[in-house]
Design a protein around this ligand. Structure first.
Ligand code: FAQ
Length: 330
């Protein structure tokens, strides 16, 4: 039940010759960068891929509140606490925009939530790691939101209108999140040796999981070829991961932190940083439900769902009453 099952069935994209006339007309619109809107015809695979990706993204935003929520009561100052509350609330809002975008594809929010609670739908692997110290809150903002923006900026160009528009607002907020995380890391690095050590320890633990957020390498990515042909994903997993490394290594060095990878080195010829191999076994273990916090995260979501039952019932009863009143008045 707690497993984020690894069950992927990727297919190579059809060539124009293999497409039906409807599919060809659809692909021509995609190639011309025309946005697809909810009521328009779309291939079933396009609809399913979007539901999968958008709902997994929504679940990630909601589950992603948990590691930081853990530190709201323990934030070191009132200002830091207010900022953290605002940030965690933003993540809830992102989940809501994204569930709404998924609903435009003909799936209900209850169905999506059941998929999460039964382990059928995934959420980002990163949220299965624990937030052990205050420096982790800095590292999450800096690295996790940093990786999220790197991915989401290009998703603003996604071919599906409602998803691409949701991304525009989300990216603005994520950019504030990233800055507040880096600001926490800067403050710690200006502090005592113990604080500096705490910041380095957080970077050591969050670096590799952050690189895993971009998904398997392109060669092993099940959906990338088709998703890129449909412009659901305008840029591949490896290119985004490289952009993230290129952006983040100098930020670490600027405040005196060391990225925990001996192979990180500027490559003049490539114009990029080289970096070491990701532990893909760990990635797939986390996806299978065996990360440090998978059970805890799912138990928290299940509890939230159960605790909210009386409220959902109340809302339904109120809406039925209003509808009956309206009908009686007509
Ligand atoms: N974790 O063929 P691909 C955030 C799965 S938001 C778990 O490459 P795809 C904000 C993948 O689903 C973070 N599963 O798949 C925040 C597929 O399995 P499936 C979330 C992963 O979809 C910050 C299988 O592996 N962002 O952090 C992961 O083309 C702080 C094969 O992979 C988004 O969701 C992973 N890391 O590419 C909130 C962005 N990677 O579905 C709170 C939108 C891969 O067949 C606090 N999503 N898988 O069973 C995407 O861009 C894509 O879905 C990718 C994966 C890039 C994540």
């Amino acid at each position: 039940m707690y497993a984020q099952m690894v069950k992927s069935t990727g297919e190579r994209p059809k060539t124009l010759d293999e497409m039906t006339p409807e599919e060809r007309a659809f692909q021509t619109r995609i190639d011309a960068d025309i946005k697809i809107e909810p009521k328009e015809w779309m291939p079933e695979g396009y609809r399913k891929t979007l539901i999968r990706q958008i709902s997994q993204h929504a679940h990630s935003e909601v589950v992603g509140q948990l590691p930081e929520g853990n530190w709201i009561n323990r934030a070191p100052t009132l200002d830091r606490k207010a900022i953290l509350i605002a940030k965690v609330q933003d993540e809830a809002g992102h989940g809501l925009y994204l569930y709404c975008a998924a609903e435009t594809l003909g799936v209900s929010r209850d169905e999506l939530i059941q998929q999460l609670l039964t382990g059928k739908a995934k959420y980002s692997s990163i949220f299965n790691y624990p937030s052990l110290t205050w420096a982790d809150i800095g590292a999450i903002g800096w690295l996790v939101d940093g990786a999220a923006i790197m991915n989401q900026v290009q998703l603003q160009r996604c071919s599906y209108g409602p998803y691409s528009r949701a991304m525009i607002r989300i990216c603005k907020e994520e950019s504030f999140h990233q800055r507040q995380g880096y600001d926490i890391m800067m403050a710690l690095m200006r502090g005592s040796p113990e604080q500096q050590e705490m910041a380095q320890d957080a970077l050591n633990r969050w670096w590799w999981p952050s690189l895993m957020m971009f998904g398997p390498s392109d060669a092993d990515s099940v959906h990338s070829a088709q998703s890129m042909a449909w412009k659901i994903k305008p840029v591949g997993n490896d290119e985004l991961r490289q952009r993230f490394v290129d952006q983040t290594v100098p930020q670490a060095e600027f405040i005196g932190l060391k990225v925990p990878d001996p192979e990180v080195k500027w490559n003049e010829e490539r114009g990029h940083y080289d970096f070491g191999e990701i532990d893909w076994e760990e990635f797939y273990r986390v996806l299978k439900g065996e990360g440090p916090c998978n059970r805890e995260r799912m138990a928290a979501r299940q509890k939230a769902w159960d605790d909210g039952e009386w409220f959902r019932e109340g809302l339904m009863a109120h809406s039925k009453k209003r509808a009956a009143k309206k009908l009686a008045a007509e």
